[in-house]
Design a binder for this molecule. Structure first.
Ligand SMILES: NC(=O)c1ccc[n+]([C@@H]2O[C@H](COP(=O)([O-])OP(=O)(O)OC[C@H]3O[C@@H](n4cnc5c(N)ncnc54)[C@H](OP(=O)(O)O)[C@@H]3O)[C@@H](O)[C@H]2O)c1
Length: 427
């Protein structure tokens, strides 16, 4: 077989280790599928003195130029994570004429459009299948297989850590702090879990999905975002009473050129396919005019599934190199108005605690009514008759986010009522 295609790696941690292992185990079949062998050359790490399975000491380097500047390397795989220095290194690799494959959602969400433009100018490809949904094929299906559709809605569970936690809360009646401790114990949660539990990680992935699905550019900080930290075991009890569970849903919806994008804990009916996506699994549901509804489900993380997605991109580039196909990066984004949280409409779930005395519920209902919020149901479990306070939940019909916020500010000012938690309900 002819000359090998050289691969350089930036990062050899969890996913990098999976890539090295798969490249070795699959060497023969990859060579057969591409038409030329793949050769793993140098790998950038922080600590080159630490041995890495499958990599010889002389392959490890702490100098990025040993990877990007290696004339034998055609494809650079970026698996450093985070924004700095990953963004800079990706750009340098593209400018040096290297094709780049990355799993970095933060860099692609924030700088994807400009990096794709750099790639086009330098006649190389930038691919990022593993940046959303780990092992689930979703980037390429949106780019290719669903391209003929007018996609109007994407609804996704794209953070395994929080899905593990919410599943445990729903199934075991556990409280937030307990499931976070369990997620730490099992290695599903980072020592600092902020990015996951505040929905930041999911907002990066949703921004990428919106770009692909709707062909519009949206910055991650334009995504309406609410974390899961205020959820309690009682929210799951009330949700169950309503025939719902609670998921951290990432939702993008485009209508009349206006985009609504949100990541927030959402009540979702048991009958919905996404309600059954449990544990660390991820899923992305896409709705388009031709296809109707399709669901992609699978492992959203883990070295082997993620390595599979990374290497799919590598093999794609390698095949192009073998047949001499011109790189094609073009993604054309149109401008869309992104709707602000106050202009957003949803059904809502509101948990409150009120003084156990006549007229409290009526006062709350009047305040909501004055702001045009229509109550759909009220739930209250039997309390002790002489308890000083009682908890109750109100659900609304479709309501304007801004008007609800104003109404709740007014209600929070009442001496007899404390607003506990406000969650969206999938409609
Ligand atoms: N983990 C998953 O399941 C998963 C799933 C989907 C996507 N991703 C994405 O994949 C990427 C890699 O994740 P990971 O879990 O493999 O991360 P990781 O285990 O922390 O590995 C990061 C690697 O990059 C190296 N590195 C980091 N900063 C560096 C710097 N400034 N200079 C040189 N080397 C540096 C580290 O070197 P040392 O080894 O010497 O510390 C390590 O080898 C991230 O973008 C992540 O979001 C991960």
């Amino acid at each position: 077989m002819s000359e090998a295609i050289g691969i350089g790696m930036l990062g050899a941690g969890n996913v990098g280790g999976g890539v090295v292992e798969a490249l070795q185990q699959g060497a023969e079949r990859y060579a057969a599928r591409v038409g030329r062998p793949l050769e793993l050359r140098r790998a950038l790490v922080r600590d080159a003195s630490r041995p890495r399975p499958g990599l010889a000491t002389e392959q490890l380097t702490t100098d990025v130029d040993d990877v990007i500047g290696d004339p034998g390397t055609q494809i650079v795989i970026e698996l450093l994570g985070g924004e700095d220095p990953a963004r800079e290194y990706i750009e340098r690799a593209l400018r040096a004429g290297r094709h780049v494959v990355t799993a970095n959602k933060e860099v692609i969400a924030k700088y994807g459009a400009e990096l794709l433009a750099v790639a086009s100018r330098h006649n190389v490809r930038l691919l990022y299948e593993a940046s959303v949904g780990g092992g689930i094929p979703i980037v390429q299906p949106l780019r290719r297989d669903l391209l003929a559709n007018d996609v109007h809605t994407v609804t996704a569970i794209i953070n395994g850590t929080t899905n593990f936690m919410l599943t445990a809360m729903a199934q075991d009646g556990a409280d937030y702090e307990d499931v976070l401790a369990e997620a730490h114990r099992l290695g599903y949660a980072e020592p600092d879990p902020t990015d996951d539990v505040e929905g930041i990680d999911a907002s990066y992935k949703l921004a990428i999905l919106c770009g692909l699905a709707f062909h519009v550019a949206i910055a991650p900080d334009e995504v309406i975002r609410q974390g899961i930290t205020t959820l309690t075991a009682s929210d799951f009890t009330y949700a169950a009473e309503l025939g719902h569970t609670i998921k951290l849903l990432a939702t993008g919806r485009l209508s009349d050129g206006e985009l609504v994008a949100s990541v927030r804990p959402t009540l979702i009916g048991y009958g919905e396919p996404l309600a059954k996506v449990d544990g660390v699994l991820n899923a992305v549901q896409v709705e388009g005019d031709l296809v109707g509804r399709v669901l992609f489900e699978g492992p959203g993380a883990g070295p082997r599934p993620t390595a599979g997605a990374v290497l799919a991109d590598v093999l794609d580039v390698a095949r192009d190199l073998v047949v001499g196909r011109e790189p094609l990066n073009q993604i054309t984004y149109t401008a869309a108005t992104v709707r602000a949280p106050d202009d957003h409409e949803s059904r809502y779930y509101i948990r409150m605690t009120g003084a156990n005395q006549p007229g409290v519920l009526a006062k709350v209902a009047t305040a909501l009514g004055e702001h045009g919020i229509n109550i759909a149901s009220v739930i209250q479990f039997g309390m002790e008759e002489d308890a000083p306070t009682e908890e109750f939940v109100i659900t609304t019909y479709l309501a304007n986010g801004g008007r609800l916020r104003t109404a709740l500010e007014q209600i929070d000012g009442f001496d007899e009522v404390v607003v506990g938690n406000v969650l969206a309900m999938a409609s």
